[in-house]
Write a protein that binds this ligand. Structure first.
Ligand code: AMP
Ligand code: MG
Length: 278
């Protein structure tokens, strides 16, 4: 049964209303009523997808002609790190890079907001996953008023143009928004307080962002609506259920890679006549 990733894609020009997307839902996945059986089926499917992504990434690397950029955005505790771990489990680390974009440094702030991002776009044969991205510059920056509205409001157009340029020059772009509910975030932040091995992830500033949840949802809705294009589409992933999130993101990555029509480079012409000396 095919998983139609188009069901999760934001159509260019459409207006996103996140209150219409249930973070607990599992579109394109027929869940078994038996919870244990469902989990077993999901685990098995994820394993298959891991293997398919591994093989496709090997081909991308061997061919060395195409570039793939995956942009990951979510609220705090939205599951970006876990998604990266689970979806790219098994790929050859040589061909995958995962830059994280934190609060900009002084030299970064002294330049335009795309400067630090452009430096990390994929080269031929590479997959790059942005853990946060230039979208922070129309999300946290907008919600916290870090630059005036006159500046951030122009950025949607810059971003569309920037991504179009990357696509025209040979980069395939997919953008993933992991959509969790406010209740789910509470549980996950609470776990960071309660479980010693998760304490390191807790940032008091995450509570400030949480207190502005509605502003963030509005900023996400605007970003998703204004920047989902044919060449750089957004996908909204209901992400309360981690097993579903992992499968949905893996399907998007796998199907996108499979659509690239890659080929292994031709073998050396003498290959049949060569014998390896003792
Ligand atoms: P984490 O991903 O949990 O390590 O947190 C990184 C933090 O950096 C988050 O609070 C982001 O909102 C923040 N951040 C990332 N990019 C920017 C930016 N361009 N401007 C301001 N804050 C940012
Ligand atoms: Mg954090």
């Amino acid at each position: 049964m095919a998983f139609d990733i188009d069901a999760l894609r934001v159509r260019p020009g459409s207006k996103v209303d996140l209150s219409e997307v249930d973070p607990k839902s599992t579109p394109e996945w027929k869940a078994d009523d038996d919870k244990a059986a469902n989990r077993a089926a999901a685990d098995a499917r994820l394993l298959e997808l891991n293997e398919e992504i591994e093989a496709l990434q090997e081909l991308l690397y061997a061919e060395g002609k195409q570039r793939v950029l995956v942009v990951l955005q979510a609220m705090d505790a939205g599951g970006k790190d876990g998604t990266i771990r689970k979806v790219f489990e098994g790929v050859n680390p040589q061909g995958v890079k995962i830059p994280s974009f934190k609060k900009p440094t002084k030299p970064e702030l002294a330049r335009d907001y795309l400067w630090r991002v452009h430096a990390h776009v994929p080269a031929d044969g590479e997959i790059v996953v942005f853990n946060r991205s230039h979208y922070e510059d129309v999300l946290v920056v907008r919600v916290l008023d870090l630059v005036p509205k006159e500046r951030w409001s122009k950025r949607y157009d810059h971003i569309v143009d920037f991504e179009e340029m990357l696509a025209d020059e040979g980069t395939t772009i997919i953008k993933i928004f992991l959509h969790i509910s406010k209740d789910e975030q509470k549980e996950r932040l609470q776990a960071r307080l309660d479980e010693p091995e998760k304490n390191w992830k807790f940032e008091p500033a995450d509570l400030d962002a949480r207190s502005m949840w509605d502003d963030y949802m509005e900023a996400f809705e605007d970003a998703l609506s204004k920047t989902s294009t044919k060449q750089a589409p957004w996908y909204i992933i209901p992400a309360n259920r981690k097993w579903y999130r992992n499968i949905a993101v893996s399907e998007i990555v796998k199907q996108t890679l499979a659509s690239l029509q890659m080929e292994f480079p031709p073998a050396h012409p003498d290959i049949l006549n060569i014998s390896i000396p003792d």
